[in-house]
Design a protein around this ligand. Sequence first.
Ligand SMILES: C[S@@+](CC[C@H](N)C(=O)[O-])C[C@H]1O[C@@H](n2cnc3c(N)ncnc32)[C@H](O)[C@@H]1O
Length: 245
Amino acid sequence: VFYGPEQAGIHHRRFGRLAATAADHLLAVLAGAGHHGGTVVDLGCGSGILAARLTAAGYDVLGVDLSPDMVAIATATAPQARFVVGSLHDVDLPPCVAVTAVGEALDYAADPAAGPEAVARLAGRVAAALAPGGVWLLDVSGPGRAGPTGTSKQFHRHDDWCLGMTATESAGGTRLDREVTIFTAEADGRYRRVEEHHVLHLYERGEMAATLRAAGFAVEVLDDYRSAGGPGVPGWYVVEAGKPR
Ligand SMILES: C[S@@+](CC[C@H](N)C(=O)[O-])C[C@H]1O[C@@H](n2cnc3c(N)ncnc32)[C@H](O)[C@@H]1O
């Protein structure tokens, strides 16, 4: 299972802040570039939080996501956007003013097409689809994501669900394994247990920047989305890749 109904629902209700801050960052960049309308393509759109903000601001949004359960929530969250279920590496990119890949969408190896070569190919396609002055805004994880020991644990409790995650980084810092266990309280008073195992490719900052520069982008690597104002997360970073005019 990859972002099945339980994890998709929990993502939407509890982990949507990142998409909201990314949307605010993008709106500021687009306004600065004089792109006050046009199409935004959201790769790995999840539950539609960024799409809702962008459509409310007058942009057309196309979202693509591997998870049908995420797309079902996205359709309700951003009814003015268009969504497709599928791989971000296969989707046709229409002419657009921005492309986004928020929440480590490029890292997930659930898609057999994903990986460093796929990112390089995608960079070429994004550069071709973007209008001059357009931007590709993304965040990804790299070496160090599981912290100094190479293993990190998280536990989240809520009224009607809890989620535990153990993340383990490979010795070379190229791969992250996340074992996720979710318990949800069901209407009949019982608890359902769901397991998801996510494998992520980790991309080193300098290599990612070089890949995007090779595709013609002006690249800025940041510790967080501008609107977040926090210290960021170890091993995780944001890339603002601008297509020159
Ligand atoms: C952590 S969630 C982030 C969702 C959303 N962008 C947000 O920030 O709220 C990662 C999303 O990327 C999607 N995803 C991962 N790899 C993908 C791929 N190769 N093609 C399309 N979607 C993908 C997952 O299904 C999941 O919805």
